[in-house]
Write a protein that binds this ligand. Structure first.
Ligand SMILES: C[S@@+](CC[C@H](N)C(=O)[O-])C[C@H]1O[C@@H](n2cnc3c(N)ncnc32)[C@H](O)[C@@H]1O
Length: 235
């Protein structure tokens, strides 16, 4: 019998039941890895272009060498591995709130796990990204040249209500304290560019940009798009 569907892991979490599954997509003849949290599809290995562009566009806006980069939301690992492809990246810290997600990569369950955990620049940290951004840091102790965030569906549609404050002026000011001068905050969103959120971003960062990232949707045969916001801390 041909197995079309395999549940690789299942864990109840405070945000809903988390499942990782691998299935054969017969129309494309490929294995697809999918993550579901509660009733929502968090991520599919069929759609990774914009997740990788989050790293490419974010890092392209950073000047300098020996960059310290923070990724919020590990997921299937595509943003993190795309960041490691930039030779200027000296350290890559990836934060995920769910221990199971980190464990999947440590067990090499996912297509990019080996490149991610085998790279000496990578640290995987189990923590709440939003809590970390709110925490006090001493003035001048900013640690990151880039913060790349892909946790929520969009600035308006969060996985958990406790994430909402990040997308306000106060939340972005708190995040900006973690960036060195000239450091970049980049954010993935499933929604089209949101003018209201751009206004909020521009209260904290001069001239933020919303990039529309279009990609081939191999399932529908059409084109889909996500948004990547890129905002640079004043140098
Ligand atoms: C859409 S996935 C990230 C996908 C990733 N960009 C990639 O390329 O595979 C979102 C991730 O955010 C994590 N997450 C959810 N809440 C979080 C929080 N409060 N802090 C950090 N990570 C969180 C989830 O466990 C999930 O792994």
């Amino acid at each position: 019998m041909i197995m079309r569907f395999e549940e690789l892991d299942y864990q109840p979490t405070a945000m809903g039941d988390l499942t990782l599954r691998r299935r054969r997509e017969p129309t494309l003849d490929v294995d697809v890895f999918e993550v579901k949290l509660g009733d929502e599809f968090l991520m599919s290995s069929l759609f990774t272009v914009a997740e990788e562009e989050l790293a490419h566009l974010g890092l392209a806006a950073v000047a300098g060498e020996r960059l310290d980069v923070l990724v919020g939301g590990l997921g299937l690992g595509y943003t993190a591995v795309a960041a490691l492809a930039d030779p200027r990246v000296s350290t890559l810290t990836v934060i995920d709130a769910l221990p199971a997600v980190i464990d999947w990569h440590r067990r090499h369950l996912l297509p990019v796990s080996e490149s991610l955990v085998g790279d000496p620049r990578t640290s995987l940290v189990c923590d709440d990204f939003f809590g970390l951004m709110r925490r006090d840091i001493a003035p001048g102790a900013a640690r990151y040249d880039a913060i790349l965030l892909d946790v929520d569906h969009s600035p308006r549609h969060q996985l958990d209500p406790s994430h909402a404050d990040l997308y306000t002026v106060e939340g972005l000011l708190a995040l900006a304290r973690h960036l060195r001068e000239g450091g970049v905050f980049a954010l993935w969103s499933d929604d089209p560019p949101d003018d209201e959120f751009l206004v909020t971003l521009s209260s904290v960062f001069p001239a933020p940009v919303a990039h529309v990232v279009a990609f081939d949707n191999r399932l529908t045969g059409g084109t889909s798009s996500n948004t990547v916001y890129v905002a640079r801390h004043a140098a």
